[in-house]
Design a protein around this ligand. Structure first.
Ligand code: RB5
Length: 145
């Protein structure tokens, strides 16, 4: 299951992304927001990231104006590896190298055509494992601090 959330700036993309996910045969749960009324992006980023962190959702998609605020918040949750990408190359590498499990998009910076390509790439690319697995483990281990 994919947890999806957006603030007011990402609301319209969220609605379109739900249609896209349906067409791709991917299951999702909508964590809001449900209108274009001004909201606070951390509320939705926390809800989606908590779903991924707990295992309730396998992946998350977050959309705000830039994708930046959403990714900052999501990455505070255990086990979450959120990436804010603006290119298909970034989406591919975030999956192959970083095993990213949350995709953060910026509706004000990324065209809808590009956003669709990024989503398709993100969900069709597998983690490479190997040396990247060791690095992933180091992300979540704070003993070197
Ligand atoms: C809202 O105006 C905007 O700050 C928000 O959508 C996001 O871009 C924050 O990172």
């Amino acid at each position: 299951m994919i947890a999806i959330g957006a603030d007011h700036a990402g609301f319209e993309y969220k609605e379109k992304i739900k249609e896209l996910l349906k067409s791709m045969g991917l299951e999702f749960q909508d964590f809001g927001t449900h209108s274009k009324e001004s909201t606070d992006y951390p509320d939705y980023a926390h809800s989606v990231a908590a779903a991924v962190s707990s295992g309730k959702a396998e992946y998350g998609i977050l959309i705000c104006g830039t994708g930046i605020g959403m990714s900052i918040v999501a990455n505070k949750h255990n086990g979450v590896r959120a990436c804010n990408v603006e290119s298909t190359e970034g989406a591919r590498l975030a999956r192959e190298h970083n095993n990213a499990n949350v995709l953060a998009l910026g509706a004000r910076l990324t065209s809808w055509e590009k956003a669709k390509e990024i989503i398709r790439t993100f969900f069709s690319t597998k983690f490479d494992g190997g040396r990247h697995q060791r690095r992933i483990e180091k992300i979540h281990t704070l003993t070197k601090l």
